[in-house]
Ligand binder design. Structure first.
Ligand code: AMP
Ligand code: GLY
Length: 418
């Protein structure tokens, strides 16, 4: 069968890599793909947000199954459009993707359905936001309502920082919205866990839980990024915590979706904060995480294509996910300046010396068969897999040192606490 992967990051490289081991797959196509994905798939430099173009592409190329990595095409209704044309596509429909596309929709959904989340207020103007701020003690978290590639959330510890971010949103309109809105939220303290499930609306299966490192610098300092590293399985979840997550968070969410007539098929990602007072949902994402996927999929024993097909056809209850009893650690090699401005086009060398690891490409581009250059903020994800975290971590860091490109930097403390 012909499989099309939409997206061009480390997550999509990990998905394409896992799909390439399926007996059912004869060819993989990717839009747009990247330097690493091009070793497994034929890549096409098309716009992932041009949904009619993607439908025509899938029809013309007789694609049997499309897997959507990023949130933007899901929020734009790629799955609705593919389904309407009789094409098989893995991911939630537009209405369901609102759980990620609007943080306000998600918070109101959680409130209606008794899913525990940080207390919040909503503001649709600068003045209203200032008024709401006056009612809260710092630190608070300010969240732009729409998709913002990881840049729409800021933890602010005083009024000056808060006003500066609100000015960016309302006065300078940095997220280019016709009518920007924000959430102003209680800041929670605890352990973050990325808890992903796959669901076909009838049943669900949890994926192995992961921990993502959002901040750019060691010791969780500096601004938020898309994620600077991850490990799997998460060590914060004992059986009691898992059972609370399943009962009080996952089931309440799925019951809420059913009650509200929202058919959710695909991966649903719960961004959780485990605090002393209990477990809170920080956010929902309507897709696989990046870099969580790079540590989760190497531990999955099942044929991922079977999982995708069962999700689409509503027969997930016939599948049990099986996990290797191993540990995985991903270290992201990033371009100097990320998550702010950075240069690209630097030659990447030393990949052949990165032994005994999986290297998933994020922002890379092949200039010719021999030359690979940087093409993004997050460049490569180096993943060590072993029987314990210490060995997995050592493998990842040894390889991370061998790979070179100008401006390379990475966190040195991924999985150091486990
Ligand atoms: P979100 O996109 O809503 O997950 O926010 C991005 C990141 O901001 C999360 O992964 C957390 O690290 C942080 N964050 C979001 N909401 C809160 C909160 N209420 N308290 C503390 N940190 C938060
Ligand atoms: N790593 C966080 C995310 O994928 O949203």
């Amino acid at each position: 069968m012909k499989v099309l992967v939409i997206g061009g990051g480390g997550r999509e490289h990990a998905i394409a890599h896992k799909a390439s081991s399926s007996q059912a797959v004869s060819k993989i196509l990717a839009i747009p793909g990247n330097g690493g994905i091009s070793n497994l798939a034929e890549c096409f430099p098309l716009d992932v947000n041009n949904i009619p173009l993607l439908v025509s592409f899938a029809q013309e190329n007789r694609v049997d199954l499309t897997i959507v990595g990023p949130e933007n095409p899901l929020a734009k209704g790629i799955v609705d459009a593919f389904n309407a044309s009789g094409l098989s596509c893995f991911g939630p429909v537009k209405k369901a993707a609102c759980l990620e596309a609007s943080k306000i929709f998600a918070k109101e959904f959680m409130t209606r359905n008794g899913v525990r989340t940080a207390s919040f207020s909503i503001a649709d103007s600068f003045q209203e936001a200032l008024f709401q701020l006056n009612k809260r003690a710092f630190p608070v978290v300010i969240k732009y309502d729409g998709l913002a590639a990881g840049k729409g959330v800021r933890l602010v510890s005083n009024r000056t920082e808060a006003v500066s971010f609100l000015e960016e949103i309302f006065e300078r309109n940095v997220f280019s919205s016709d009518s920007p809105r924000v959430l102003i939220e209680q800041a929670l303290v605890g352990q973050e866990v990325s808890f992903l499930i796959v669901t076909d609306t009838v049943s669900y299966q949890p994926l192995a839980a992961a921990r993502d490192y959002k901040r750019v610098f060691d010791g969780n300092q500096g601004p938020n990024t898309g994620g600077m590293g991850a490990y799997c399985p998460s060590t914060s979840l004992d059986q009691g915590t898992l059972s609370i997550i399943n009962q009080d968070i996952v089931k309440k969410t799925l019951n809420g979706l059913a009650k509200e007539g929202i058919e959710y098929r695909g991966v649903l990602y719960f961004g959780l904060m485990i605090t002393r007072e209990g477990i809170y949902v920080l956010e929902y994402n309507c897709r696989f995480g990046d870099p969580e996927t790079q540590v989760i999929l190497p531990l999955l024993e099942n044929d991922i294509i079977e999982v995708f097909q069962a999700t689409i056809s509503g027969s997930l209850q016939n599948i049990t996910l099986k996990w290797k009893p191993k540990c995985s650690v991903c270290v992201i090699l990033a371009s100097s300046g990320y998550p702010g401005a950075y240069q690209t086009g630097y030659r990447i060398t030393g990949l052949e010396q990165a032994k005994d690891v999986l290297v998933y490409h994020s922002g890379t581009r092949k200039i010719d068969q021999e030359t690979l250059v940087t093409a993004g903020g997050r460049v490569l994800g180096v993943v060590g897999v072993d029987n314990d975290f210490k060995s997995a971590r050592e493998k990842a860091y040894l390889a991370a040192e061998k790979i070179e490109f100008e401006g390379k930097f990475y966190r040195k403390d991924i999985a150091s606490e486990v």
